[in-house]
Design a protein around this ligand. Structure first.
Ligand code: UDP
Length: 325
């Protein structure tokens, strides 16, 4: 099979590439390296089954040609990370919506039989105060004054773009609402908590906890995430469906800090920062985020294999240079 991964030099994208190359597929990647990095795909560059195009989907003149070769397309290209979103909300709006539209137009024109999987996000559940989020839940967003939500709005727009192209052009699309994902090659640069804590703990730096640390998240190892995405892509029943993808082991950020510290044998102190200190502005925190995974299980039978302590041990060893990503 020939697979195209947009954003394939990014964190989840590069793991999708590794997964499909291991399956014996041919894989093409288009990435402008704005948040992705060449380092993430370096191990694949010499592989004849792998093709990398450094290009911006918004203007790239070879998009149709490359789309026309692909039987399966993962559209992962997006600007992500709360810090990054707050830094440049204009780029988020343009990249996350317009790029998706351009990919869909190309699919409709030159490869309408391709199987498309798009990366939506748990962020679309917004200010939902339920203890677990299910695909049919109402969406609760705040008004434009809080820029954090612009990312959720782009991902919702992407979901509706997908439905528009499904109805008008008959394209097959699965919409994956991806929850907090962790693993090798994730950068802490854009604010993600696990790579940040791992770096801090290994280097005996203060562990920076935002707010009171009682907010919770559920972390899924990326090596599980990509398997779930690939099974969804090959499940005809998933077409036209919105599906949560993640792991439902929930942990508070304070407990996470202590777990990382213990596993790393670290002497790092805990440092509590207000959201204003952390992000340079007030943000609406999402106090609890846990996926309800019944639909994913029903459609795919998928069960996550990685437990949080195992992933943390792996990341700590990588941070120390004891293992290779
Ligand atoms: N967080 C933290 N310290 C950090 C980075 C993040 O306490 O150094 C918190 C953040 O406020 C949020 C949680 O960890 O409550 C997860 O943050 P992340 O940016 O990884 O993901 P998201 O907010 O999108 O779930």
């Amino acid at each position: 099979m020939h697979v195209l991964v947009t954003g394939g030099a990014g964190f989840i994208g590069s793991h999708l590439v590794a997964y499909h190359l291991e399956q014996g597929d041919r894989v093409s990647v288009v990435d402008n390296l704005s948040t992705g990095s060449l380092h993430n795909i370096e191990p694949f560059l010499a592989n004849p089954a792998f093709q990398f195009y450094q290009a911006d989907i918004l203007v790239w003149d070879r998009l149709k040609e490359v789309v026309s070769q692909a039987e399966r397309i993962y559209h992962m290209a997006a600007i992500v990370g709360v810090k990054k979103v707050l830094e440049d909300p204009r780029a988020v709006m343009a990249t996350n919506i317009a790029a998706m539209e351009r990919v869909f137009r190309a699919v409709a024109e030159v490869r309408p039989d391709a199987q498309v999987i798009i990366a939506s996000s748990s962020e679309v559940y917004g200010f939902n105060t339920r203890s677990g989020f299910s695909e049919s839940d109402e969406i609760v967003l705040r008004s434009g004054a809080r820029l954090r939500w612009c990312y959720a709005v782009t991902k919702l727009a992407d979901e509706f773009l997908a439905y528009s192209f499904m109805y008008k052009s008959g394209i097959r699309v699965v919409i994956a609402r991806i929850f907090n994902t962790i693993g090798p090659r994730q950068s802490g640069k854009y604010g993600m908590v696990v790579p940040t804590f791992v770096h801090q703990a290994v280097n005996n730096l203060p562990l920076t906890i935002y707010g009171d640390g009682l907010q919770t998240r559920s972390f899924c190892d990326v090596r599980d995430t990509v398997v779930a995405l690939a099974i969804l892509a090959s499940s005809p029943a998933a077409n036209g469906e919105i599906v949560n993808v993640g792991n439902d082991q929930e942990i508070s950020i304070l407990d996470l800090a202590m777990l990382v510290s213990t596993r790393a044998g670290s002497s790092s102190p805990l440092e509590f920062l207000s959201y204003k200190e952390a992000y340079g502005m007030e943000i609406d925190e999402i106090t609890h985020r846990r996926p309800i995974l019944d639909k994913l299980h029903e459609l795919t039978g998928f069960e996550a294999k990685w437990l949080l302590p195992e992933t943390l041990d792996n990341l700590i060893a990588l941070e120390r240079g004891l293992e290779r990503a």
